[in-house]
Design a protein. Structure first.
Length: 333
């Protein structure tokens, strides 16, 4: 597909970009609907659905892009795609939801989830600078990838442990939005079809979107880092944006916040963990700067969420404005 898109007329590349976006959006819809239905049938707490199933499902494009980029030696794209997606999730996804409806923040989100996301970003920067097991310095090597994957396994285990403990005690988990009440139950075979078909659509849509966006950006003379931070990261983050906007319209904006934060944790620990474990990923100075921006933005969201236990329209507008300013910076730098 990459060779075909690279040799296709520019107008046709634009068409493929739109097709990729559509596959991403519809694939996310089907995957979330199928997996959420199965999870509800298995009595999985909604916090796990929001922070694992939904986040992992909508992060499939990032996984495909970063792993493929690491294998082909396109390291700038592998890292900038993840960092750009995380910044987009924090400032645009949560910001837009806050503009549409006030985001009431759960206690666990302030005390556990946002700090965990912050720690993951700091860990990525530290490992990238130290370059464990790699004499070339600023590199995510095989050992770094194993460490990130180990933290991801611990994260999943911890979330499951919390859910099981709450179930044994006969109490509800304080969830990221009232997901249980509105999940549409569908038959198990149809759920499996939705999950498989949705995941395939996300993967194919992400691949087409990235190839088309990279071709368009290359024609415009953009660097691979800028491509990853803008067109690619926004394209691969469309499922998060779409599912969160849908949640906001259903007055489930708390779930949207959990989805975005959970996806950020997944992107760093699992996506870059898998990519660097397969093939070492070089870290450049721009990546460190962007990681610093991600950390600062995460602290901003933490402050907004912790002040009044909610993120309102004013904060949402500020977050979107911060992202716009950042976008201008990376374009002109």
């Amino acid at each position: 597909m990459e060779k075909f898109i690279n040799n296709a007329p520019f107008a046709l590349v634009l068409v493929f970009l739109v097709i990729g976006f559509v596959l991403l959006i519809k694939g996310a819809d089907f995957f979330v609907e199928g997996s959420s239905s199965v999870a509800k049938r298995l009595h999985v707490p909604s916090i796990i659905i929001g922070l694992t199933i939904v986040a992992m499902g909508t992060s499939l494009p990032e996984t495909a892009v970063s792993v493929s980029a690491s294998l082909t030696g396109n390291n700038e794209l592998a890292v900038s795609n993840v960092v750009g997606s995380n910044i987009f999730n924090l400032m645009v996804v949560i910001g837009v939801c806050a503009v549409l409806a006030t985001v009431n923040v759960a206690k666990e989100t302030i005390k556990r989830d946002i700090p965990l996301s912050l720690i993951c970003a700091a860990l990525l920067m530290l490992l990238g600078i130290i370059g464990l097991g790699d004499k070339s310095g600023m590199t995510l090597g095989h050992l770094d990838g194993v460490i990130l994957l180990g933290f991801f396994a611990g994260y999943i285990f911890y979330m499951i442990k919390i859910a099981l403990k709450a179930s044994r005690e006969g109490r509800k988990v304080e969830i990221e939005g009232g997901l249980d009440e509105d999940i549409k139950l569908i038959s198990v075979p149809l759920s499996i079809l939705f999950i498989v078909g949705g995941a395939a659509a996300i993967a194919v849509g992400g691949d087409i979107t990235v190839d088309a966006a990279a071709r368009i950006a290359s024609d415009l003379g953009m660097s691979q880092t800028l491509i990853g931070l803008t067109i690619v990261s926004i394209g691969t983050s469309l499922p998060e944006l779409v599912t969160s906007i849908v949640a906001a319209k259903k007055d489930e904006v708390d779930m949207a916040l959990g989805n975005a934060i959970g996806s950020n944790v997944f992107n760093i620990l699992m996506v870059l963990g898998m990519a660097s474990a397969i093939s070492p990923v070089s870290i450049i100075t721009e990546n460190i700067i962007d990681l610093c921006v991600l950390i600062v933005f995460t602290v901003c969201v933490w402050i907004f969420a912790g002040t009044k236990k909610k993120i309102g329209r004013v904060e949402g507008i500020c977050m979107v404005a911060f992202y716009a300013a950042y976008a201008v910076y990376i374009i002109i730098r």
